[in-house]
Design a protein around this ligand. Structure first.
Ligand SMILES: *Cc1c(COP(=O)(O)O)cnc(C)c1O
Length: 381
């Protein structure tokens, strides 16, 4: 058996061709034909407001944090069980980070926790759709609306995920996506900001283009472009968007395969959940997954280590995930909240299994058999 990695970037075939097209066109900086094709695709297919391609989801989150207008003294509620970038963008605006716990039944932020943490200073709620399963948006949108708090979705993992028939990225005032090589569709490094509030469209473009009104200039609306606001160089070059466009064209095929692999994992591991050995992913009934991550929740960190080590011996790479941000070296001294027991639980027990386009169905069978062997062994002993 060849070793089975955790992830393997998939090339759809037209990436180099489109990059060559971009080079030949003579326009390789940002906001050219491929950037606009990508943006239009997302706006049309998923009914997003305005889409702006970025160099990463981290950049898109930074734009969202700037556009949200949060400043020192304002509070931002966000999950502790997430990637650093979710927090980083708001920390840079000097906002007070208020970390919320995950649900007991899945790693997404718990709506009851959000309600518990709201104060008159709360300006933004950030949700992360972990593993591509959209959070309990019905309740979270109601909470945000009733308290008049801006909602932002870190949808880095939620490309082509749905909740109640609506795509991830449609729920927040803004949403951010990632096309990092570990995600479902990729551009090496890449991301996108979705802006759903038309009042923010024009400022979003300015921040995107280094604080200038260059986008209006390109449209012929002004005859000189100038420095009009803060911003940065958030836009990707045409080479990145050309690569991504090749992935977009094949995204239907990628999604089908990933969901097939995910579903097979679920089916083959279900008997072990039924025996009470491990837990499988649980999600809101309204949420439809996108086959981004398949994870198991082990009984404790010891059991997880034994499973991961045994898989390692069999050349299968399974990996843990986040360490709670509230306990991170950078933040722990500033953390004023209560212990977050569900976040701690996932930190100790969640194990991600290999999932990528070129993984074969027989690989999944082999991985599940191997997990079955170690679980039976551990439970007979
Ligand atoms: C991947 C990821 C990011 C960061 O995306 P980049 O494109 O690498 O900046 C942010 N948040 C979450 C939840 C992620 O999974």
């Amino acid at each position: 058996m060849e070793p089975i990695p955790y992830n393997k970037p998939f090339l759809c075939g037209n990436e180099i061709k489109y990059i060559r097209d971009a080079v030949k066109s003579g326009k390789i900086s940002g906001n050219g034909m491929f950037t606009q094709k990508c943006q239009r695709y997302f706006e049309d297919k998923y009914h997003y407001g305005k889409c702006l391609m970025t160099s990463s989801c981290t950049d898109a989150l930074e734009m969202a944090a700037i556009l949200s207008g949060v400043k020192e003294g304002d509070e931002v509620i966000l999950p502790a069980y997430t990637f650093v970038s979710t927090a980083l963008a708001f920390a840079r605006q000097n906002a007070t980070l208020v970390f919320a716990d995950s649900r007991a039944d899945n790693p997404n932020i718990d709506a009851a926790e959000i309600e518990r943490l709201i104060t008159p200073k709360t300006k933004v709620i950030v949700v992360v759709h972990y593993a591509g399963f959209v959070c309990e948006m019905k309740r979270i949108c109601q909470i945000a609306k009733s308290h008049n708090i801006m909602l932002i979705e870190d949808a880095a993992q939620a490309f082509d995920s749905y909740y109640d028939g609506k795509a991830a990225g449609c729920f927040g005032t803004m949403a951010t996506f990632s096309f990092h090589e570990t995600k479902n569709i990729i551009a090496g490094e890449g991301g996108m900001l979705v802006v759903n509030d038309p009042k923010l469209y024009s400022r979003a473009e300015i921040i995107w283009e280094k604080g200038t009104n260059r986008a209006d200039f390109s449209r012929g609306k002004v005859n000189k472009y100038q420095w009009v606001d803060i911003g940065s160089s958030f836009l990707p070059s045409e080479l990145t968007s050309a690569f991504l466009y090749a992935q977009i064209e094949k995204s239907g095929q990628i999604q089908l395969k990933r969901i097939k692999l995910w579903t097979l994992y679920y089916k083959l591991l279900k008997p072990f959940e039924d025996k009470g050995y491990i837990a499988l992913p649980f999600h809101q009934p309204e949420a439809t997954g996108n086959g981004h991550i398949f994870y198991i929740v082990c009984k404790n960190s010891k059991q997880r280590k034994k499973i991961a080590d045994y898989l390692g011996e069999k050349q299968i790479l399974a990996v843990t995930h986040y360490l709670g941000l509230h306990k991170s070296p950078y933040f722990k001294d500033s953390y004023k909240g209560t212990p977050l027991k569900n976040c701690d639980k996932y930190e100790d027990t969640l194990l991600r299994l290999p999932l990528y386009y070129e993984l074969r169905l027989e690989d999944v069978k082999y991985i599940c058999n191997t997990i079955g062997d170690i679980l039976d062994y551990l439970n007979i002993k």
